[in-house]
Write a protein that binds this ligand. Structure first.
Ligand code: ATP
Ligand code: MG
Length: 246
């Protein structure tokens, strides 16, 4: 459902490739975790996948639609929750969700049902009428997630979605991700919480300095890390053995 082939991205004015020849895919029914140290290239890759950033090399398709050639069709199949909340502070939560629903052409009855469902799950029902400027960081994150999922597309792409969420909201989001994948859809998310990635994901893609250093199933990850434990394994492959395949 998501296919990334030889993606290379260099920011203007930089001599370093932020993403360097990255290839991986997220198949139907899969949750894929994207991990790597700060500055590894996760958000850059994700922004290329979602069509926010142009890139100089490679090909990205979402449900067989090329993000460069058919960006509107590709985006119709995709939800994106960014790592930073870029919301309109002057709108209420409900108005913002409605704005996004308008963009994706979600009809009123369906958007109301989904808004009710998600705002109940994330304990935001009684806050929807308040201005976004009055929201806490976590509340803004919840509105980003609700608005991001309002058109319920096949592919979900979430950049550090659990950051800032309280335990209940985090639990509910993980449950939604699992249910979404179980219906045959695809979820790609980045995270620094290795335990969550290990528990939730079918596949884990580890990136460092713009290059994929390993791609494996959760079981393989456990085997590879062995007695070392996940954290030490991660430090080892992204530090001492940086850039090498293991
Ligand atoms: N707007 C930008 N302009 C120039 N360079 C950038 C820009 N955004 C990111 N970079 C560079 O691209 C590289 C990859 O950054 P990216 O944000 O993709 O990392 P990340 O893996 O998402 O990190 P984090 O875990 O901190 O979110 C870094 O070297 C970073 O300095
Ligand atoms: Mg990032």
């Amino acid at each position: 459902m998501i296919k990334i082939e030889h993606l290379t991205k260099t920011y203007a004015g930089s001599e370093i490739k932020a993403v360097d020849g990255v290839s991986f895919s997220v198949n139907p029914g899969e949750i894929v975790g994207f991990v790597g140290p700060n500055g590894a290239g996760k958000s850059t890759t994700i922004k290329c996948i979602t069509g926010i950033l142009p890139f100089e090399e490679g090909r990205i398709t979402i449900c067989d639609k090329d993000i460069g050639i058919q960006p509107v069709d590709a985006k119709r199949n995709m939800a994106y929750v960014a790592d930073e909340n870029i919301l309109y502070n002057g709108l209420t939560g409900k108005q913002y969700i409605s704005l996004i629903a308008d963009i994706f052409g979600v009809e009123k009855k369906i958007r109301d049902e989904r808004t009710d469902k998600y705002s109940n799950l994330f304990d935001m029902s009684d806050k929807l009428g308040d201005k976004i400027s009055s929201y806490s960081h976590g509340m803004k994150q919840k509105i980003s997630i609700i608005a991001g999922l309002i058109h319920e597309p096949k592919v979900w792409i979430l950049d550090e979605p659990m950051t800032g969420l309280d335990p209940k909201a985090s639990f509910e989001l993980k449950k939604l991700m699992k249910e979404h994948a179980e219906k045959g859809n695809s979820v790609l998310f980045s995270s620094h919480v290795l335990e969550v990635v290990e528990k939730l994901c079918h596949k884990v893609v580890i990136i460092n300095k713009g290059k994929i250093i390993t791609e494996c199933t959760a079981e393989e990850l456990q085997e590879k890390s062995g007695e070392m434990g996940l954290e030490e394994f991660f430090l080892k492959i992204t530090g001492v053995f940086s850039g090498e395949n293991i």
